[in-house]
Design a protein around this ligand. Structure first.
Ligand code: CUA
Ligand code: CA
Length: 651
């Protein structure tokens, strides 16, 4: 490969590369025989200020701070926001500090993790799920969306949830310990993608916090998917699911037309929404794009739960989860409908609720538009006061090529990613509504910013709460190309930080991230109050007194109770016999913040950690005789290297 193909000269202007990427991405689509009406944006020519794409990142980085405050922190300074990030097909959940962009933590949930011992300890295996032989049910995951629990229209710091698209699982992360405590398999679905908690109860005003989590599934399959109806397209269906926030049981599902994508919920608790594509029920992408409009679906939660109570549901296969019929054909009378279908142009991607509680915005993806739907009108439709569901649309305006996701600043502006244009467009929602209603002088596009490159998700600080503060915006760019030192063919992704406190957006930092995060939320650090150490009460197996440490034999089942207190394990040696089934229970008796110990056993594939006051256990067969130094893997003390226990396996 020639040098020219391998590297991009420093002098090549950004615009040139951006144009190349656009051409490449667009050519791919055009080659697929698309006619998606990717016309130049009228508004762009009429109203957009000169593109800010020439902002040189190096020059921006030299600036110390913008209106949102400092983004470069001095040593010892703490971030002012938490960011919760999906990890994509690493299968993890990440915690970033913002505005610095520093990665603080990864919480393992769907896939094993060597640091923590996730997927190795008995406790984590119980959360992940095992096969009859004790091995993990799944070892891969693909996390796309994470959202946190609400109270009074803001995050309350209890939980976050994250999806696994590969195996259609939902995990809950406790935000006091930053650990995954439950994982639920969704029945009857494949390609579980969008996720969003409700913000209050649809009927009980006293419940002004999250009690349900909604899950959209993308891939349609025969129902039940047990080998029947393999070539019967009309039998292929997807479902929208509701999971109980506390028990993590699946409460109910809704059969729908088309494929679900993202999910959003209203602040009044009455509606959940998903943007829908593949109305056509196609197997291949050509077949998924023939219709000019797909839809945004609105679920009437109170009516669905009443239908379940009234027994108006069915089940599929082995699943006992009630499934109500939300197809368009079964919901023609608004007065009794469970679901409202509002049409949106061409394979929409992303649906987002504005922080004023008034609008849901669907981005067109294959159409250069965003559609603004007014929630009170959707409620009016369910009340029979609006004839045509499309009368709930108050704006449908052109933004640019490949609109995907939208964030908000709490000042009436929306920020939408344009995948093909590699831009963020800032637009004013009220002005867009005026423009749509005929006032062609309404200038809804406020600003455009080039990003690097091909942005997917976007989010702003506190964006989808009633307290959107309009300070910071992050954009997840799917291609980094030349933004970082090359490390071989696999590139980092670029999470770019933008100061949105002023009229014009200001790109202030690039952060490389390991592929490939999709979505994230950003909120004020005061909303979380993480615990510093564990409590023995959380662990039924805790060994609270070192005197209880030792070997307990029951036939060939042996339990070895071990405590750690820097710099020693108790007992310092123990004997088992070849052929024993050994369970090691380790309690960390240290109470000091940050004093974590590890426990590894050579040749036995054992390695896990115990944080202060935590208990964890592993079980294995002692099939190799000899001496095995169980050692502390996590630096804890000046005598860390000496912190060992001798396991003797007698032949
Ligand atoms: Cu204990 Cu290192
Ligand atoms: Ca379509």
């Amino acid at each position: 490969m020639s040098q020219e193909n391998n590297t991009t000269p420093d002098t090549q202007p950004d615009q040139g590369r951006r144009r190349f990427l656009n051409t490449a991405a667009f050519a791919g689509l055009a080659g697929a025989g698309l006619s998606v009406g990717l016309s130049a944006c009228k508004q762009e020519q009429a109203a957009a200020p000169a593109a800010t794409g020439s902002v040189a990142p190096r020059a921006a980085a030299a600036a110390s701070s913008g209106g949102a405050g400092k983004y470069h922190l001095e040593p010892g300074e703490l971030d002012t926001y938490y960011g919760l990030w999906s990890g994509g097909h690493t299968g993890d959940f990440r915690v970033l500090g913002l505005p610095s962009g520093r990665e603080l933590h990864r919480v393992p949930c769907f896939v094993p993790d060597a640091l923590v011992g996730w997927g190795h300890t008995n406790e984590s295996k119980a959360v992940m799920g095992t096969r009859p032989d004790g091995s993990l049910k799944y070892t891969v995951g693909d996390t796309h969306h994470t959202h946190a629990s609400y109270k009074d229209g803001n995050y309350d710091g209890r939980y976050a949830w994250i999806n696994d698209k590969i195996n259609s699982r939902i995990a809950r992360i406790r935000l006091d310990y930053f650990i995954c405590d439950k994982i639920t398999d969704l029945p009857n679905v494949q390609g579980f993608h969008g996720i969003f908690p409700d913000k209050r109860d649809p009927v009980d005003p006293a419940i002004n916090y999250t009690t349900r989590v909604f899950c959209g599934a993308e891939f349609h399959t025969p129902l039940p998917n047990d080998g029947r109806d393999l070539e019967a397209p009309e039998k292929y269906r997807t479902l929208f699911s509701c999971v109980d926030a506390e028990t993590m049981e699946v409460r109910w599902q809704v059969l729908i037309d088309g494929n679900c994508d993202l999910v959003a919920t209203s602040f009044d608790g009455k509606l959940a929404a998903t943007n829908q594509y593949n109305t056509e029920g196609g197997y291949h992408y050509e077949g998924m794009m023939s219709a000019e409009r797909d839809a945004c679906l609105f679920f009437n939660i109170a009516r669905i739960e009443q239908a379940v109570k009234d027994g108006k549901f069915r089940t599929y296969g082995d699943s006992r989860v009630p499934v109500v019929d939300g197809t368009k054909a079964a919901n023609t009378d608004p007065a009794t409908s469970l679901v409202c279908y509002v049409t949106v142009p061409k394979n929409p991607h992303g649906v987002n609720a504005s922080p004023d509680g008034k609008y849901f915005i669907c981005a067109g993806k294959l159409s250069p538009t965003a559609t603004v739907i007014e929630l009170t009108k959707v409620l009016d439709w369910f009340d029979g006061k609006v004839n045509d569901a499309d009368e709930t649309i108050v704006a449908e305006v052109e933004l640019g090529l490949g609109p995907l996701h939208t964030a908000f600043d709490g000042r009436g502006n929306a920020y939408t990613t344009l995948f093909l244009d590699s831009q963020i467009v800032k637009w004013n929602v009220d002005a867009a509504i005026k423009f749509h209603s005929g006032d062609t002088s309404a200038q809804y596009v406020v600003d455009r910013l080039d990003v690097h490159y091909q942005p997917g998700h976007i989010n702003a600080s506190q964006s989808e709460t009633m307290f959107a503060d309009g300070k910071w915006l992050c954009v997840g760019c799917k291609f980094s190309k030349d933004r970082f030192l090359p490390v071989g063919p696999l590139h980092a992704e670029t999470e770019q930080l933008v100061d949105i406190s002023g009229e014009k957006m200001k790109l202030v930092a690039d952060h490389p991230v390991r592929p490939e995060p999709h979505d994230f939320i950003i909120f004020k650090r005061e909303l979380l109050n993480p615990k510093k150490i564990y409590s023995h009460d959380d662990f039924p197996l805790a060994i609270t007194d070192p005197k209880d440490a030792g070997v307990y034999r029951n036939g060939n089942k042996v339990t070895v109770k071990i405590t750690s207190l820097a710099p020693a394990f108790e007992p310092r040696e123990f004997k088992v016999k070849r052929g024993d089934e050994v369970t090691i229970i380790l309690t960390n008796l240290d109470r000091i913040e940050d004093l974590t110990h590890g426990f590894a056993i050579p040749k036995y594939n054992v390695n896990f950690i115990v944080n202060p006051q935590e208990t964890a256990s592993v079980t294995f067969k002692a099939d190799k005789p000899g001496v095995f130094w169980c050692y502390c893997t996590h630096f804890c003390h000046a005598l860390h290297l000496e912190m060992r226990s001798r396991m003797i396996v007698e032949a």
